[in-house]
Structures are given as C-alpha cells and as structure tokens.
Design a protein around this ligand. Structure first.
Ligand SMILES: [Zn+2]
Length: 345
C-alpha cells in the first residue's frame, strides 16, 4: 500500500537523517583537523580526507538512492492510484477485459491491461506480408451489369484502380491455418464451391463467410459441363445454389463453370438458376508463381484464380503458403484486393 504524503515524509526521515548526519560528520572531520595539520598530517589529512569524502559520498549515495527509491515507488503510485484505487472500484481495471494479475509498485494487486490487439502491420508480419491497402470505395455504378436473361462472361473487371479480385475454387482442402491468414489479412475473396466439398465440412466455409467472404456456385460435382445436356447442366448448377442457400443463407449470384468450360446451355442454366454472371479468370495462381494471361504483370481489374488445394496437389506446399505467395505477388506489384460483388451486380 502506498502511503499518503504525510506518511512519505515520515518514511523518508530516516534516510534523510542518515544522509545529513554523514555529510555533517564529514564536514566536521574536514574542518576540525585542518588547523593542526603538519606536513605529515597533510599526508594523513589527504588520506583521511579522501577516505572521509569517499565514505561521505558512498553513504550519501546510499541514502540518496534509498530516498529516491522510496519517492519513486510511491510517487507514481500515490499520484495515479490514490484518487482511484483508494476510492473503490469505480476506476479499477475493466473486469470485462481480464489480464494477468500483478503486484504494482506500491504493493496493491491490480489487473494488468489486456494484451493489446495486434495491429494490421503486426498481423501481416506474422506471415511475412504487409497489410493490404484499403481498397477504393465500391463504385456507385457497378461496371458489370448482372443479367440472368443473358449472363455476361467476365474475366476482368473494367477499372483503372489498382485492384485485383481473388477467387478460390472447389473446396477440397480445408486448411485451418488459412482461416488464421484470412483473419489476419482482412481482405475479401470470392469462393466458388462444389457441394461435394462443402458437405464434408460446411462450417469451415461458414467461418470464411463470417469474415465477409462470399460463397458462389461452382456446380455440385465439378463436371465438365460441355459433356452434359442442358437438363443435366441445370441440375448441377441449380442444385449447388439450393444447397449453398440452405447451408449459408445466401443464394449465389455468380457462377463459375468447372475448368472454365461452358456452352450456350450453360449460360441459360446460369440464368435459370438465379445467377446473373459467369465469372472466369485472367490470371491463375500456381504453387509459387502466377500464370499470367498476357505479359508478366497483373493489370487493374484482373480476376485471379486459386484453389482450395492441399500439399498432395501442391508438391508439399500448403494452401496457406500458396496464398501467402499469392498475396505477396499482389502486394509486390502495388495492387490491393477488392470485393468482386462490389463490381458485378
Ligand atoms: Zn473447379
């Protein structure tokens, strides 16, 4: 417990008294012997004075240190806590934000401040990345107009902004670390999922959806739609939308055909199943490198394809590491990631 000011003076009397006594004794020794000093006495005086002054300095220093320690320990404690802790719990630590209990400098037990929420830079640094720049505001008029009657096929969003769009397909791999990466990086991706993979673990994708990532249609079983008749295509497409709507509460508005393969029947079925656009891609993320459609650089509005794939398909690399590689490539080229749904509608 920290003493109040009166008690501080009571406590510091002892070291102050000691310090003053030592100083006084030193002065008396100095002045008292000086008149009688002989040449030999000077030697003694010199030795004695040095010794006396050393003792004075040492004792003064010790006393001063004790004084300083006492004042320091109580100075901050009394200044900070006396009006608060002494007055009860009104200003004590927030019980809703528990941290490790600790003894403070004045002996009372306080609740340490809760661990600070790591900022965006620290969270990105965990993955060897920088935070993504906040994307520009969503355009007031979406540059791609969804149209179920005649769904446009989109590979790239027309924009001058340095934004790209990340899409993740299928859903076979469900790497828990990827959830951590997405929480830390706080960027939107669009998932085109097959019910075949959703039903293995719907909650995995629900966690991604809860972070603000959208779930869209990629058929039930990932067939090559060009090999199916119109009715079979419609079943594959509509059933996936139904199951996504049931599992996640939102009906898909976008469709991606497996392998990017489609024909006129596919576009018809897309509209009949309630979706207004077919989304393909411009660039494709491999394990470490991007496969560019043209040149060797991203372009504004590029839609990037990646997959929920695991080490068995990535030559030992995890999906999370592949996505870190992708994010780094996007950052290195000065782009940020925007939300696809904000540009098609
Ligand atoms: Zn696919």
């Amino acid at each position: 417990m920290c003493p109040d000011r009166g008690a501080v003076y009571t406590r510091i009397d002892i070291p102050v008294f000691v310090a003053r006594t030592v100083v006084y004794a030193g002065r008396v020794a100095w002045t008292g012997v000086r008149p009688a000093w002989t040449a030999r006495g000077v030697d003694r005086e010199a030795r004695g004075t040095v010794a006396a002054r050393t003792r004075v300095r040492v004792r003064t220093a010790v006393a001063g240190a004790a004084l300083a320690l006492l004042l320091t320990a109580c100075g901050s404690g009394s200044g900070d806590s006396a009006p608060f802790q002494g007055g009860g719990s009104a200003h004590s630590a927030d019980p809703g934000a528990p941290g490790p209990a600790a003894k403070n400098g004045n002996g009372t037990t306080t609740q340490a401040a809760p661990a600070a929420v790591p900022d965006a830079a620290a969270r990105a640094e965990k993955w060897g990345l920088k935070p993504f720049a906040v994307p520009p505001a969503a355009p007031a008029v979406k540059p791609i107009k969804a149209n179920p009657a005649a769904p446009p096929v989109v590979k790239q969003i027309p924009t001058d902004q340095k934004v790209v769009f990340v899409t993740l397909d299928d859903g076979a791999e469900k790497d828990p670390k990827f959830l951590d990466l997405m929480r830390d990086m706080n960027i939107p991706v669009t998932m085109f999922l097959n019910d075949t993979y959703i039903k293995q673990n719907p909650d995995y994708f629900r966690q991604l959806q809860a972070m603000g990532n959208s779930i869209q249609n990629h058929t039930v079983d990932h067939p090559n739609l060009k090999t199916l008749d119109a009715a079979a295509q419609k079943r594959e497409i509509c059933d996936d939308s139904d199951r996504i709507a049931t599992a996640y509460g939102t009906r898909p508005r976008l469709f991606r055909p497996p392998f990017g393969n489609y024909n006129p029947a596919t576009l018809t079925a897309t509209g009949q199943c309630g979706m207004g656009a077919v989304v393909l891609w411009k660039e494709s993320m491999q394990i470490n490198d991007m496969q560019y459609a043209e040149g060797k650089q991203l372009k504004p509005g590029d839609i990037i394809l990646a997959h929920f794939r695991g080490p068995s398909e990535l030559k030992g690399t995890t999906m999370t590491q592949m996505m870190v590689n992708l994010f780094r490539k996007i950052q290195d080229q000065g782009f940020t990631i925007a939300r696809l749904d904000d540009y098609i509608g």
